[in-house]
Design a binder for this molecule. Structure first.
Ligand SMILES: [Zn+2]
Length: 322
């Protein structure tokens, strides 16, 4: 089969963070089931990706690479280079005391075995989600502490024989100095936000109700457009967040999937990129329904690959980069 030159690309990225990604507002008690469920769903996602030749980027929190508390404490930046957020509850360093000995006793914080599993699966990229789930735009986060955080993440990956080529900024917060910093460290790709106002990067306090509402409506109607991008740049911007099929919104999940599939078709037809992202823990409860949704997206991609030659890419291989 001849594949047209510009047949579009489909990028998947998963923010793999365990409790590190939500600790400022959740705990083992309130969110532990989702974290454990996400761990259990992860091999099911990998199996699907492998079966259908689908590439994905796993933007993993550096601390979650660790297999034990000792390894973690050894790998973290020194005290004086840790972030001093004005809102102290944001700092994951605050929760170090509650962390268990190793992955077997504390699967909420350690995922060394899963990182290994992802890395062994064909077509999967291990990227970074920073070492500590670092919040770039929160008051008190200095660029020096960001540099130290990313250095630690790079070293952690190197210990596993991995080179970090892409980053997903926690809560999608970043500005020019952070982009400069990652470039200096050889990380070429980042996941930017969709262009519309409701998706622009802001600190947590700026995530107002109107912004969230607009995003919610957009996810179920596509009213703000397909959020496509031209592949090949440093920025591989997000098109859509794959919302969990859960709670009251579960009824509307098919509509959400339709919005995603419509945008994918448009990308395939116009030679553009479509980038879908989520967290493994979003599949942590109601796992079967969420996997069924993913199956529909994958089946749609397979059709677009057959019909238009759409390519599956990681953030690093976006634009055909090798
Ligand atoms: Zn995150």
């Amino acid at each position: 089969m001849t594949v047209p030159m510009n047949a579009g690309e489909f990028v998947l990225s998963l923010d793999f963070e365990l409790l590190w990604g939500v600790r400022d507002h959740a705990s083992r008690n309130s969110y532990g089931a989702n974290i454990l469920g996400g761990r259990a769903a992860l091999p099911a996602m990998l199996g699907r990706f492998e079966r259908h030749g689908i590439e994905a980027t796993w933007a993993t929190v550096g601390a979650a690479f660790c297999g034990s508390r000792d390894e973690l404490l050894d790998a973290l930046p020194p005290e004086e280079l840790r972030p001093r957020y004005v809102n102290a509850g944001l700092s994951n360093y605050r929760y170090l005391d509650e962390i268990g000995r190793d992955e077997a006793s504390d699967p909420y914080y350690f995922a060394a075995s899963l990182v290994e599993r992802i890395a062994a699966c064909p077509g999967q990229e291990i990227a970074t989600h920073t070492m500590s789930h670092f919040y770039c735009l929160e008051e008190g986060a200095s660029i020096e502490s960001f540099d130290a955080d990313i250095d630690a993440a790079c070293q952690m990956a190197a210990r596993r024989g991995l080179t970090l080529r892409s980053i997903v900024f926690p809560r999608n917060q970043y500005a020019d100095p952070h982009l400069e910093s990652i470039r200096q460290r050889g990380i070429q790709r980042y996941r930017g936000n969709p262009g519309a106002w409701a998706y622009r990067p802001v600190a947590g306090a700026g995530q107002t109700l109107p912004r969230r509402l607009v995003r919610l409506v957009d996810a179920h109607t596509g009213v703000l457009g397909p959020h496509l991008y031209q592949p090949g740049g440093d920025n591989v911007p997000a098109s859509h967040f794959l919302r969990p099929c859960a709670g009251r919104l579960a009824t509307f999940h098919p509509r959400h999937l339709s919005v995603i599939k419509r945008a994918m078709t448009r990308a395939a037809r116009t030679g553009a990129g479509f980038h879908l992202w989520w967290h493994p823990h979003n599949f942590g409860v109601n796992t079967e329904a969420n996997l069924a949704g993913l199956d529909r997206i994958i089946a749609h991609f397979v059709r677009l690959r057959d019909e238009y030659g759409m390519a599956s890419r990681t953030m690093a291989s976006s634009g055909g980069q090798t």
